[in-house]
Design a binder for this molecule. Structure first.
Ligand code: G6P
Length: 609
C-alpha cells in the first residue's frame, strides 16, 4: 500500500529518501515519486517502474536538496500512471510549483471539493483525491503553511496521512494524520516523517507515533506537535532499539523463504514469557473480562482471518465458549446482533488494516466494549484502540504473503483458548500440563517440519505447470487448507480452492480430472477415516492426490504422493501442517518465476478500504 517518507535536513536528502522508499517497497505499490527542494527550486521525478528507476532519474536530472517528500502509490482513485503518482504539486499563477504533498488514505469528499476548486480556476492533471488536497492547501494558503494545513484538514472527510511542503517557507515540512499512520523520526540535525517506522530505521535516533488528528511541524533541529484541539503535546518517544528490525536477506533467496524458516524463533519469542499459565497473561484486566464474556467474535482479514477460523475450533472445544468469525469488510457493513458480553477479538499482523480497524470501531460504536487485539505491531492503531492486547513477536515480515505472522497468531490463539478454559475452571491440571508442554516444544517441532523442504520441492515441480489446484482438510485443518490455497494463489498465481473435504461431493468433485492436483491435509485424528473416503472419491475421478499425513497413519497406496510429518501434534497440529503448505506455494512460485515477495496487485498492509 502507499508509503510516505519525507525529510528536512542540513544535508542532501535524496539518497536517504530513496533508501526509505526501498524499505517501503515490500508493502506493494504501482508507482512512485520524489520531490526535492534545492537551489530555490521544487522539482520532482515520478515513475511507473521500481524505486531504482527513480534513482536513475534523480541522477539524470541532477536532483538534490535538503528537503524532500517521497511516496510509493497503490492506486485507489485513478489508474496507476505517472500523472497520478505522488508527490502532487499546486502551482503559483506563474506556473512555478508552490505546494508539494504526499498522501496515504482516501479523501471521501474529494468530488465536491474538486468542483469548488475547478470553479475557482484550478485545473487538475490527475484523477486522484490527493490532487484535490494539494490545491485546497494552495487555495487556502495564508502565509503560514502550518496554520493552513490545520485549517484545511478540518474540511476533509476520510482518512489521511500527509506530508506537505511550501516553497514560501523552505525550512519546514508539515505532517498530519487521521486514520492512517504517521511516524515522526528524530535524527541528528534532521527530522523525518514516514508512514512506516521501517522507512526511517537506521536514520532516526528516536521516533514518535502520531495520534489521530495530530499536526506536526518538522524543521532541521526542532519539531512541534499539536493535537486535534490545537494544544501542543509531548508524545512518547521510542528509542532506536525499539524499531531497529533485522531486515537483511542473508543466505535466503527471498524474504518469504527467510520468514518461513524464522518460524521456530518467532514462535519461541512470542511465547517466551509463558512458563506457567497465569490468568493474567492477557493483561490484568483480562481476568474480569474473560469471566464476564459469554462468547467471542473474531474479526480479521486475509491470513489473519484463517487464524481466527482455526481458533474457533480450539476455543469451542477447549474453553466451551461460542465463537463466531467474521471477515472485517463484511461485519462493518451488516446489521448484526449486538452482544455486549461478547469479546471482540481482532487479529491483524500489521494492526493497520483499514477494514479490521473500522470493524473494531464499528463494534465499539454498537456498545461492544470488551475487545482484544492479537497483533505484531505494538504501536499500531488497532492495538491503541483495544482494551486488551497480546503482541506476537514475529519480527518485521517483509514478504507480502504472511507466514511467520500467521503461526505466531495461531500460537497465541491456542494460548488464549487454554487461558479461557482455565479462567472458567474447566481445564484439568493434566491438560494444562500437556498443553503447556506442547506449546514449549512447538519451536523444536516446527524446525523438524522445515526439514521436509527437499520433499516439498519435488512436489512443487509437479504443481508448477498446473493452472488449478484443490486443497482439502477437515475440522481444525480445514482453515489450514484455506491458508495453503491462499498462499498458492497469492504468490504462484495458480487458481487454488480449498474445501472442507466433506463438501467435495457437493460441487468441487466436478472439477476433478487427472490434471487437477489435490492437496490433502490429513493428520491422524478422529476424522482421518472420513478423509480417506474423500480421498477415494478424488482417486475414482482420476485426481492426483498429494497428502500430508502423520508418521504412523495407515495410508499405503503407491498412487498417492505422500509426505509424512515428523510427529503427530494433537490439538496443535494445524500449526505444524501450515509449514509444508507455505513451502509448497513458495517453491511452486519460484519455479514459475513470479515476484515472490511482491506478488502482483497485492499489498502487505491494506490501509485503504
Ligand atoms: C493483506 C496481506 C495479507 C494479510 C491481510 C490482513 O491482504 O497481503 O498477508 O493477511 O492483508 O492483514 P493484517 O495485517 O490485518 O493481518
Amino acid at each position: 500500500m502507499c508509503g510516505i517518507i519525507s525529510a528536512v535536513s542540513c544535508k542532501d536528502v535524496t539518497a536517504m529518501l530513496i533508501d526509505g522508499l526501498s524499505r517501503l517497497e515490500y508493502r506493494g505499490y504501482d508507482s512512485c515519486g520524489i520531490a526535492i527542494y534545492g537551489k530555490k527550486n521544487l522539482r520532482r521525478v515520478r515513475s511507473m517502474k521500481r524505486v531504482s528507476d527513480l534513482s536513475k532519474q534523480i541522477i539524470e536530472n541532477s536532483l538534490y536538496g535538503c528537503i524532500g517528500l517521497a511516496h510509493t502509490r497503490w492506486a485507489t482513485h485513478g489508474m496507476p500512471s505517472t500523472h497520478n503518482a505522488h508527490p502532487h504539486f499546486s502551482n503559483l499563477d506563474s506556473g512555478k510549483p508552490r505546494i508539494a504533498l504526499v498522501h496515504n488514505g482516501i479523501i471521501e469528499n474529494y468530488d465536491e471539493l474538486r468542483v469548488k476548486l475547478q470553479k475557482s480556476g484550478y485545473a487538475f492533471e490527475s484523477q486522484t483525491d490527493t490532487e484535490v488536497l494539494v490545491h485546497l492547501i494552495n487555495y487556502n494558503y495564508d502565509g503560514d503553511i502550518f496554520r493552513t494545513v490545520q485549517k484545511v484538514t478540518k474540511l476533509l472527510t476520510g482518512t489521511y496521512a500527509i506530508a506537505v511542503f511550501c516553497t514560501d517557507e523552505p525550512y519546514r515540512i508539515i505532517g498530519s494524520c487521521k486514520g492512517a499512520p504517521l511516524v515522526l523520526g528524530i535524527g541528528d540535525n534532521e527530522n523525518f516523517l514516514a508512514s512506516d517506522v521501517l522507512a526511517i530505521s537506521g536514520k532516526a535516533n528516536e521516533v514518535i507515533y502520531l495520534d489521530d488528528g495530530d499536526i506536526v511541524d518538522i524543521q532541521c533541529n526542532n519539531f512541534l506537535i499539536l493535537d486535534s484541539y490545537n494544544v501542543p503535546v509531548n508524545r512518547k518517544k521510542y528509542p532506536k532499539s525499539s524499531f531497529m528490525g533485522v531486515v537483511e536477506l542473508g543466505a535466503y533467496r527471498h524474504y518469504m523463504q527467510k520468514e518461513i524458516f524464522e518460524q521456530p524463533r518467532a514462535v519461541a519469542d512470542t511465547l517466551q514469557e509463558v512458563n506457567a499459565l497465569s490468568e493474567d497473561i492477557f493483561g490484568i484486566e483480562s481476568i474480569e473480562i474473560f469471566r464476564d464474556i459469554d462468547s467471542v467474535l473474531i474479526i480479521a482479514c486475509g491470513t489473519s482471518y484463517y487464524a481466527g477460523m482455526t481458533a474457533k475450533y480450539w476455543i469451542e472445544s477447549i474453553a466451551k465458549i461460542r465463537v463466531s468469525v467474521e471477515i472485517a469488510s463484511e461485519y462493518r457493513y451488516r446489521d448484526s446482533v449486538v452482544n455486549p458480553k461478547s469479546l471482540v477479538l481482532v487479529i491483524s499482523q500489521s494492526g493497520e488494516t483499514s477494514d479490521t480497524l473500522s470493524a473494531l470501531k464499528h463494534s465499539i460504536s454498537l456498545g461492544m466494549n470488551y475487545n482484544m487485539a492479537i497483533c505484531n505491531s505494538p504501536t499500531s492503531a488497532i492495538v491503541r484502540e483495544c482494551k486488551l492486547c497480546y503482541i506476537t513477536r514475529a519480527g518485521i515480515e517483509i514478504g507480502v504473503a504472511s507466514t511467520k505472522a500467521f503461526t505466531t497468531q495461531l500460537s497465541v490463539l491456542f494460548l488464549l483458548s487454554i487461558t479461557l478454559a482455565k479462567n472458567r475452571s474447566i481445564l484439568s491440571k493434566d491438560n494444562e500440563i500437556t498443553f503447556l508442554k506442547a506449546l514449549r516444544h512447538l519451536p523444536a517441532a516446527l524446525s523438524s517440519v522445515l526439514d521436509l523442504e527437499p520433499l516439498v520441492i519435488s512436489w512443487a515441480n509437479h504443481f508448477a505447470n498446473k493452472e488449478n489446484a484443490l486443497f482439502l482438510g477437515r475440522g481444525m485443518h480445514y482453515p489450514i487448507a484455506l491458508e495453503g490455497a491462499l498462499k498458492m494463489k497469492e504468490i504462484s498465481y495458480i487458481h487454488a480452492e480449498a474445501y472442507p473435504a466433506g463438501e467435495l461431493k457437493h460441487g468441487p468433485l466436478a472439477l476433478v480430472t487427472d490434471n487437477m492436483p489435490v492437496v490433502v491435509v490429513a493428520p491422524k485424528d478422529i476424522l482421518l477415516e472420513k478423509l480417506k473416503s474423500n480421498m477415494q472419491e478424488v482417486q475414482a475421478r482420476g485426481g492426483k492426490l498429494y497428502v500430508f499425513a502423520d508418521a504412523d497413519s495407515k495410508i499405503n497406496d503407491d498412487s498417492i504422493h505422500l509426505i509424512r510429518m515428523p510427529e503427530n501434534y494433537g490439538m496443535l497440529s494445524p500449526i505444524l501442517h501450515t509449514i509444508p503448505l507455505q513451502l509448497l506455494a513458495y517453491h511452486t512460485a519460484c519455479i514459475r518465476g513470479t515476484d515472490v515477495d511482491k506478488p502482483r496487485n497485492l499489498a502487505k498492509s491494506v490501509t485503504v478500504e
